[in-house]
Ligand binder design. Structure first.
Ligand code: DCP
Ligand code: MG
Length: 364
């Protein structure tokens, strides 16, 4: 495997935003192992090591074929000693059978349960979802109550056909309110993934300043249609004078909502992604809606398309290589001391001096 010598650009750049990465992963054995370790370090709040393994996994995902020897890793960036040792031995990580890892993984699989809550429950001796539901001393918040209520449905993957059906339903709802609207299915499905854990949809109205009202009207309509099972609405806290944030993990400030929607089997061409749900005639699906101001649409679309590693590296590249600050709201040039406008994702790549990458090439 000859890598890093292709003409026309840094194929194995340390930045994911310079590595075209499709959904074809030829090194899934290694990337799965690295991602388990990354998650384990995340549970232990060892952020540096967590990121190191996420980067290592991301590099292997961009390779055109499977690694066949350890020598092949020498020309690759972002692979530390620990990662190389795993490739050399070819074993799956021991943490997989670790009780703490398994339990935290189970608890965080519930909608509304983050690593901190999972850790608290683990420390108090709880080991199963039944333990949690039976424990009288635990006060579940509204989100977690719904996470448990719909656990079976929303812990099962969402298919592309299901995502398309929901996009159609939301599209029609938006259209009925504002004919002048922009809308896109984003997240993993926009990158060409066959399955996802939720459906991410971005939309806005061409009338600047009316985007938050549009989102509120959409929620009201979904409720009226009888398909809104749960809604956590987050009002906009967007301040257009603020510089882009440094922290990637922080949510953006646009009006958004985290929903659980009811999807009818009859809406989905190929039927629901489970025979049981198909017989029942419907399933619950996690849906995120975000509604940015139209002049920030391109930044929000780029940010919500992901992957997370792609986004992290896009921001790191902007900061380290271009003295620019990028987030879901905008792009600020520290040298020129000004914000750079963008009407399309391509404009943003151009500002950053990066070759454009299609959404399906951003599976870093
Ligand atoms: N995102 C973001 N900031 C966050 C969280 C997410 O910009 N704090 C972006 C990057 C993600 C996208 O939103 O790619 C959608 O988030 P998901 O968690 O739904 O990720 P995916 O859609 O990529 O994965 P999945 O297929 O599991 O839904
Ligand atoms: Mg998603």
């Amino acid at each position: 495997l000859v890598v890093g010598h292709e003409p026309g650009g840094p194929r194995f750049s340390q930045y994911a935003c310079q590595r075209r990465t499709t959904t074809d992963n030829y090194n899934v054995v290694f990337t799965d192992a690295f991602e388990v370790l990354a998650e384990c370090y995340e549970f232990n709040q060892m952020d540096g090591r967590c990121l190191a393994f996420r980067r290592a996994a991301s590099v292997l995902k961009s390779l055109p074929r499977g690694l066949s020897s350890l020598e092949e890793t020498h020309s690759l960036p972002c692979l530390g000693g620990h990662a190389k040792a795993i490739i050399g031995v070819g074993s799956s990580p021991k943490v997989l059978s670790d009780e703490r890892y398994q339990t935290l993984k189970l608890f965080t699989s519930v909608f509304g349960v983050g690593p901190k809550t999972a850790e608290k429950w683990y420390r108090s001796g709880l080991r199963s979802l039944d333990h949690i539901l039976a424990d009288q001393s635990i006060q579940l918040n509204h989100m977690q109550q719904n996470g448990f209520l719909h656990y079976g449905d929303i812990s099962r993957a969402v298919s592309k056909a299901e995502a398309r059906a929901l996009t159609k339903a939301i599209g029609e709802t938006v259209q009925a309110i504002t004919p002048d609207a922009l809308l896109a299915l984003t997240g993993g499905f926009r990158r060409g993934k066959e399955f996802g854990h939720d459906v991410d949809i971005i939309f806005t109205t061409l009338e600047l300043g009316m985007e938050e009202n549009l989102l509120l009207a959409v929620i009201k309509s979904l409720e009226k249609q009888g398909i809104l099972l749960y809604c956590d609405y987050q009002a906009s806290t967007f301040d257009l004078t603020k510089l882009p944030t440094h922290s990637f993990e922080a949510m953006d400030h646009f009006a958004k909502c985290f929903l659980i929607l009811r999807l009818e089997a009859s809406q989905v061409e190929e039927g629901l992604n489970s025979p049981v749900e198909d017989i029942r005639g419907w399933r619950a699906v996690r849906v995120d809606l975000v509604s940015p101001p139209v002049d920030r649409y391109a930044f929000a679309l780029l940010g919500w398309t992901g992957s997370r590693q792609f986004e992290r590296d896009l921001r790191r590249f902007a900061r380290k290589e271009r003295r620019m600050l990028l987030d879901n709201h905008g792009l600020y040039d520290k040298t020129k001391e000004e914000f750079l406008a963008a009407g399309t994702e391509k404009d943003i790549f151009d500002h950053l001096g990066l070759e454009y990458m299609e959404p399906w090439q951003r599976n870093a």
